[in-house]
Design a binder for this molecule. Structure first.
Ligand code: CWD
Length: 658
């Protein structure tokens, strides 16, 4: 074993305070984060000081007050008991001692019945405690009485008149002191014994405030000095046999409930968070009583009244020691309650119905190009055909002799007449080799450019056609939060009084502000009391539910009709909540970190999220992109076009034949 030597630096601030400066001094300590305070004052002032400590909310576990007064037990410490504040002092009178009890009983009886006085004469307060000053006074009078009585038994005591003029001492004085010195008695202030005129063999109890009462944690004697018998009391604020009140909220798979009658108490609850709580309770060392929060809400601050509801309000009112569940750590909550380190990370996302597949149509072969592209191609076709006709007419090279052998009758003709120009461009567009060859530079330039244009259009069309005809296409009206915000057809909402709702309410981002305004004004309300209601509405259609990603994962793994849209809108975590200043927060945080590092939280996650028969099997990516054989419903339109073409040609032939 290594002996570690540490040098500790202690900074000591000393203040002499009056009633008027109690508050400012405490404030100063609070600001400077001075947590260990020794208070040396009399009993009356302590009562006022305790009030000021409460006003400053300095009655929490991190503060340690050591009172030099021996009368801690006579103060009303009800408001300090449950906050785990450390209050220590020494006591002279041990009220639990049998001798002390007997003496106090006799004294009470004597003062009430024999003398018919009230307890005030002995300074006995309402719980029958005597102040140390009165106890010392009582013991000294008692010792004096015994000394005097013993003197009286062995000597005859002469009482002489005393004057202020003569300095004649009383003869029996020395003997009385000797008799007093030889008295041994157990009084209110413990064993009384004298040596050379000084009291010896006495002890002071070191006492500390606990949740139920003030308990003895050590002893001080003039010879043995301080002996702390319960060191754990100073480091472990009450984890021995402690039963904590834990509130929770039902949320699958975090906390679920058995409703059958044979389940009682904590057995009623099961789920991911219940398992975590059980593990932590063993780790940290506490028992717990688990119950549901009365209003079934997580906790949100009312924007008008400023009042909190749900589990947050229960913790604020100290009605529970812990709140366990899918409780999100938020800035607003952290300012009124405390959170442990997060045991799970998540973000807000969008739950939506799986988009329907696009129906195949007879003219699906037109889909690869947008309708306006088809229009532009037709317009371009007409323009280029007319252009090539005009340029052909104007270019001398395009004119040639039609009958070169007949030199008497020279007839010149142009190969780009109107119908041939249209024929030439359509042939080029269809990637056929044309039977007209432009000869002029201008017509060659136009036909090359048109040829290039045709290659690009045909290549793009062919590439897109394969994709359009062979894979299923989804009609997805929204792809992310911006899409949701910019439309009014699909309504969207979130869980009421939860962190998702407050995220949108308090956000400074324009898209989310817009979404909040939309949600807040929507009638009927788009907020749901349970997330199951939200899922029901999503399944009914035309509704997107903004929810936390961990829960969303759980749902989409089980319901193949639902899907996640877009990514996460934020990142945050779930933590266990405690009242402000609770000593449990740090211990539970440590336990959570340990569980995370050991991978136990991941094991629990897999147990509740993945190992289930309910999970739906979705088509994997490779399956969904498998090439489907093309049916008539997809490319039947081509046959229609073919028939229409033949019909038009036949009609024209018949007309001309007539
Ligand atoms: N909560 C929420 O606000 N939205 C959700 O989708 C789910 Cl599942 C829960 C409550 C939230 N965790 C809170 O602590 O308020």
């Amino acid at each position: 074993m290594h002996q570690l030597t540490r040098s500790i630096q202690v900074e000591i601030h000393m203040r002499q305070v009056s009633l008027a400066t109690y508050l400012s001094t405490l404030k100063d300590f609070k600001e400077k984060e001075i947590h260990n305070i020794i208070i040396d004052t009399n009993s009356e002032k302590i009562t006022i000081l305790l009030k000021k400590i409460l006003q400053q909310k300095m009655n929490e576990y991190k503060y340690h007050y050591l009172f030099t007064s021996f009368d801690l037990e006579t103060f009303d410490l009800e408001d300090f008991k449950y906050n785990y504040v450390n209050i220590t002092s020494f006591r002279l009178v041990n009220r639990g001692d049998v001798v002390v009890k007997d003496i106090l009983k006799d004294l009470t009886y004597y003062t009430q019945n024999i003398h018919n006085h009230n307890n005030a004469v002995l300074n006995l307060n309402k719980i029958g405690m005597i102040e140390s000053e009165s106890a010392l006074m009582f013991d000294s009078m008692y010792i004096f009485a015994i000394g005097l009585q013993t003197l009286d038994q062995s000597h005859t005591i002469f009482i002489s008149n005393l004057t202020c003029e003569d300095e004649i001492p009383w003869n029996g004085g020395l003997s009385l002191i000797n008799y007093i010195n030889s008295v041994e008695w157990k009084g209110l202030t413990g064993p009384i014994q004298f040596k050379e005129g000084e009291r010896v063999q006495f002890k002071l109890d070191l006492v500390k405030l606990k949740q139920h009462s003030i308990v003895k944690v050590g002893e001080w004697t003039p010879n043995g000095h301080l002996n702390i018998t319960e060191p754990t009391m100073f480091f472990d604020s009450g984890s021995i046999n402690v039963t904590l009140v834990v509130i929770t909220i039902l949320e699958t798979p975090y906390v679920m409930m058995h409703y059958e009658k044979n389940f009682t108490g904590n057995e009623r609850f099961y789920g991911f968070c219940v398992d975590i709580l059980e593990t932590i309770s063993h780790e940290v060392g506490f028992d717990y009583i688990l119950d549901l929060v009365p209003d079934r809400k997580y906790g949100a601050k009312d924007a008008n009244t400023g009042e909190w509801n749900g589990m947050v309000s229960q913790l604020m009112k100290n009605k529970a020691d812990l709140a366990v569940g899918s409780m999100t750590i938020t800035y607003a909550r952290e300012s009124v309650i405390d959170f442990t380190k997060p045991f799970m990370n998540l973000g807000i996302s969008i739950l939506f119905k799986v988009p329907a597949t696009e129906p195949t149509r007879l003219f699906s072969f037109m889909n690869p190009l947008a309708i306006e592209i088809w229009l532009y191609v037709i317009i371009a076709y007409f323009l280029v055909s007319i252009c090539i006709y005009i340029v052909g007419r104007l270019s001398p090279t395009e004119w040639r002799c039609i009958h070169p052998c007949n030199l008497d009758h020279i007839t010149v003709g142009n190969q780009f007449c109107l119908s041939d120009s249209f024929w030439f461009t359509i042939e080029t567009l269809m990637q056929q080799s044309p039977d007209i060859f432009p000869r002029a530079i201008a017509t060659r330039i136009i036909s090359s450019i048109w040829g290039f244009f045709s290659i690009i259009i045909v290549a793009s069309y062919t590439a897109n056609l394969a994709a359009f005809l062979t894979t299923e296409r989804m009609i997805n009206p929204i792809e992310n939060a911006d899409d949701l915000a910019s439309q009014t057809e699909i309504s969207y909402g979130s869980l009421d009084s939860g962190s998702t709702m407050t995220f949108f309410r308090d956000s400074m981002i324009e898209t989310y502000k817009k979404m909040w305004r939309n949600m807040d004004n929507k009638k009927p309300s788009v907020f749901t009391t349970t997330y199951e209601d939200g899922i029901k509405r999503v399944n009914q259609g035309n509704y997107a539910f903004l929810m936390e990603s961990t829960m969303l994962d759980y749902i989409i793994q089980r319901d193949c009709n639902l899907t996640q849209i877009g990514g996460l809108l934020d990142t945050k975590g779930y933590g266990i909540a405690t009242p402000k200043g609770s000593p449990w927060r740090d211990k539970i945080s440590l336990a959570i970190l340990e569980l995370q590092e050991k991978g136990e939280i991941q094991i629990l996650y897999d147990k509740w999220w993945k190992n289930s028969d309910e999970t739906c099997t979705r088509k994997s990516n490779s399956q969904s992109s498998k090439v489907n054989s093309l049916g008539l419903e997809s490319i039947g339109g081509v046959f229609v076009v073919l028939l229409a073409g033949i019909f038009v040609a036949e009609t024209l032939i018949w007309k001309w034949a007539k």
